[in-house]
Design a protein around this ligand. Sequence first.
Ligand SMILES: [Zn+2]
Length: 367
Amino acid sequence: MKRFLACLTALVAAVTFAVTFAVTAAPSAAAPSAAATMANTLTIYFIDVEGGKAALIVTPSGESFMIDAGFASNGRFNSMPDDPAKARDAQRVLLAAHDAGLTQIDHLLVSHYHADHFGAVMELAQLIPINEFIDHSAPSAAAEARVPGTFALYNDYVALRSKAKHHAAKAGDHFVLKDGVDIDVVASGGVVITKPLSGGGANNPACTSGGVPAQEVAENPNSTAIRLEYGAFSYLDVGDLTGPPLYALTCPVNLIGLADVYNIAHHGGADGSDPSLFEAVKPRAAIFSNAARKGAEAATLNTLRSLGIAGWQLHRTEQPGAVNMPDAQIANLDTTTTAWFKLSARRDGSFSITNGRTGQTISYPKR
Ligand SMILES: [Zn+2]
């Protein structure tokens, strides 16, 4: 009954969403119904937080694992939490949670302590209960020196975290969710796993350089990175992990195996462009959590294009020299829309991605 009500709620939310956005997002005939989608698929929403990061993972029976939530308040890097009713990104996350029929977030992973990833958490917690916080413990003095205001936001977060369950993530941690969904922590706090995941362990012949230096060295390389498995389907999400820890995931040995979908490091900035990771992990779709002038840089788009990997951009990029992916794989062509990507994955490894702006779905068969 509970399940039925949840499905009904999701259905109503989906219909409401479709009606609300009928002008820009006519659902395609190919899109499966919400009820059918929920029964046997894992869902991931890639939410537009204007160059921040927010991904909501929902298992078939409704257990939720969120990675980051976007900016606080009006969405600036120095914004502090304010009225949740007016919080741009927390409200967008809430819309996705309602679309999924959720009444709580079971687990929230804060990948690292930058405002574009955890600024919205304090407001989100006032809109929907968050049962568990997962993070790499605490930002360093260097992180505060590099981005003044990090500690102020972190102190707000600690006040919230202290009232709920908290897990300090370490490389090698393993989470078991409902419906056979497994999550491995592959890096956290600058430390990377040393023992390969099952499916990993092969030498990576694509490692030809020392990787690309991190654009931000104090906090991004501390990001907590995870690889998720649902049957034969796999998903890699590394937050803003860059520099040596990102390189170490797949060089000289590919420690993490394959990933069908990869949420590209650091919004798809140039420091996430090293082909060695893409060649090892072989993603069939790669997500850019970008804005028009943040992330999705030319170098990374070029890497994808040279390897024949489908890139999915939350925004059309205006970065110098960058050649955009086809419009069908861009959620927002300008700042007038706030569409998401909704991914549906099945145990056999097949998956599809629906562009919230157009309602069109592109399907990927099992490997
Ligand atoms: Zn970021």
